[in-house]
Ligand binder design. Structure first.
Ligand code: ADP
Ligand code: 5GP
Length: 220
C-alpha cells in the first residue's frame, strides 16, 4: 500500500528538508541549485485536466526550443501504445514507486485516476544548477506540493474552452478505457475549479494561439 502524498519540502521554506536528511552531502536542494554554478535556472509547472492538450502543447514548444527541459515522471500506469520507457515516463511497479518515495527521490507525487505519478528530483536539481528552464507537467495535487515547497516556481494552468470539448478530446485520443475516461472527466471538474490558484491561465482553444501564450508564459 502506498502511503498518502505529503509535501517533501517544509512549507515554510524552499529547503528540501526531508531529502536533505536522507542524503545531506550529495543532494542539494532546488533552491540551492538555482543559486549555484549558473544563474537563470527556473522551474515551471504546467497543469490542467487530462486531455486538455498539455502534452501536445509541450511537444510543439519543444520543437521550437529543443533545449527546454521537460521532466520525465515516474508512474505506475501502464504504457499507452507508442509510449516509451525513459522518454514519455519511467514506467515502474507500485513497489518501485514506493521505494522512490521512501528514499526521498521524488520532488512531489500524487495518485491520479488509480495510478501514482511523481517527479524525480535529482535531474531537476542538476538542470536548474546548469541554468536551464525545467518544465513539470503535473496534476493539481502535485502542483500544490510544488507551490508550497517552491513558491517562486511559475504555475501555469491549461484550460479547455468548454468541458464538452475536453470530453471530445479525451475520447478522441482513444487510448483509455471507458472507466479510465470517466475517472479523468470526474477529476477534471476538480481541476477546473482550482484554475484560479495558478499564476497564469491559458485556454487551449486554437492550438496556435495557446502555443504563443504558453511560449510567452514559459520564457517571460
Ligand atoms: P493532455 O496531455 O493534457 O492529457 P493531449 O496533449 O494528449 O492532452 O491532448 C488530448 C487530445 O486533444 C489529443 O488527441 C490532441 O491531439 C488533442 N488536442 C490538443 N490540443 C488541441 C486543440 N487546441 N484543438 C484540438 N485538439 C487538440
Ligand atoms: P496521463 O496518464 O494522462 O499521462 O497523466 C495523468 C495526469 O498525471 C496528468 O494530469 C499529468 O499531468 C499528471 N502527471 C504526470 N506526471 C506527473 C507527476 O510526476 N506528478 C504529478 N503529480 N502528476 C503527474
Amino acid at each position: 500500500m502506498i502511503s498518502s502524498p505529503s509535501p517533501i519540502f517544509s512549507p515554510a521554506s524552499t529547503e528540501a528538508t526531508a531529502n536533505q536528511a536522507a542524503s545531506p552531502t550529495t543532494s542539494p536542494t532546488i533552491a540551492q541549485a538555482s543559486q549555484a554554478r549558473r544563474p537563470g535556472g527556473k522551474l515551471i509547472v504546467i497543469s490542467g485536466p487530462s486531455g486538455v492538450g498539455k502534452g501536445t502543447l509541450l511537444q510543439r514548444l519543444r520543437q521550437q526550443y529543443p533545449e527546454l527541459q521537460v521532466s520525465i515522471s515516474a508512474t505506475t500506469r501502464q504504457p499507452r501504445e507508442g509510449e516509451v520507457h525513459g522518454q514519455h515516463y519511467y514506467f515502474v511497479s507500485k513497489e518501485q514507486f514506493q521505494s522512490m518515495i521512501e528514499r526521498g527521490e521524488l520532488l512531489e507525487w500524487a495518485e491520479f485516476a488509480g495510478n501514482c505519478y511523481g517527479t524525480p528530483k535529482a535531474p531537476i536539481v542538476e538542470a536548474i544548477a546548469q541554468g536551464q528552464r525545467v518544465v513539470l507537467e503535473i496534476e493539481l495535487l502535485g502542483a500544490r506540493q510544488v507551490r508550497e515547497s517552491l513558491p517562486a516556481a511559475k504555475q501555469i494552468f491549461i484550460a479547455p474552452p468548454t468541458e464538452k470539448t475536453l470530453e471530445h478530446r479525451i475520447r478522441g485520443r482513444g487510448q483509455e478505457t471507458e472507466t479510465a475516461i470517466e475517472k479523468r472527466l470526474k477529476q477534471a471538474k476538480v481541476e477546473l475549479a482550482a484554475a484560479d490558484e495558478f499564476d497564469i491561465k491559458i485556454v487551449n482553444d486554437s492550438l496556435d494561439t495557446a502555443l504563443e501564450e504558453l511560449e510567452a508564459a514559459v520564457f517571460g
